[in-house]
Design a protein around this ligand. Sequence first.
Ligand code: JCE
Length: 252
Amino acid sequence: MTLVVDVLTLFPDALHSYAGISVLGRARDRGVWDLRVHDVRDVTTDVHRSVDDTPYGGGAGMVLSPEPLAQSLDALGERRGPVIALTPAGTPFRQARARELARESELTLICGRYEGFDQRFLDTRVDEEISVGDFVLAGGELAALCVLEAVVRLLPGALGNAESVEEESFSDGLLEYPHYTKPAVWRGREVPEILTSGDHGRIARWRRAQALRTTLERRPDLLRLESLSAEDRALLEAFAPVVDSPSGDRLD
Ligand code: JCE
């Protein structure tokens, strides 16, 4: 089953460019998913092909007019999957939502520009607003591509044999353990000896402990401390003791 993604944007080239390379490009070539990009300006009829206007109530910048967006959406015909607008005020995007969206057969992503969307368009035509992070972009295209890549790479057949969704960050709720490749000594720095020991049981336990430690130190919000098993706590102490850092290092 092919996932069909419709994207509404003022910058179609930006979508085609990134969606044509690497994982997204190869998966599309294989028929795993299909992309249909729609230039919102194509529905306009005035000489300036206007899609924006000044905000009621005053203030800086311009707001996307609801009518061109609504007409672009209408031109897609009967919608099946969720209609998603990328906005800084949206629900924070997480891997769990990517997994849910990967079960859809159709998605519509709407990219804004300027100061954002007319609220009436969001209220009446959009099912869900998604934010890809607590920072402000100049428009929704990069955010849409983030969502797209996170979803498509989960689809059956999207990744090659060398790539894997099994052992990666977030698949078990933890950040990744550190990776090393050749040479065995790089500019005086050695690979942890455990990785060259050939003891696969020890290596697996070391990696689990490293993943636990990194998550505890960098993203304690991702660790459900109550869900840390006695085994995990023992692993941490044996393989990756958490060194106390001075309070000045902490952000909170
Ligand atoms: C966007 C803008 C509202 C100020 C359309 C920004 C998503 N995680 C995200 N960060 N930024 C966005 C995003 C998505 C779409 C649009 N802007 C700029 N919007 C307030 C600036 C316009």
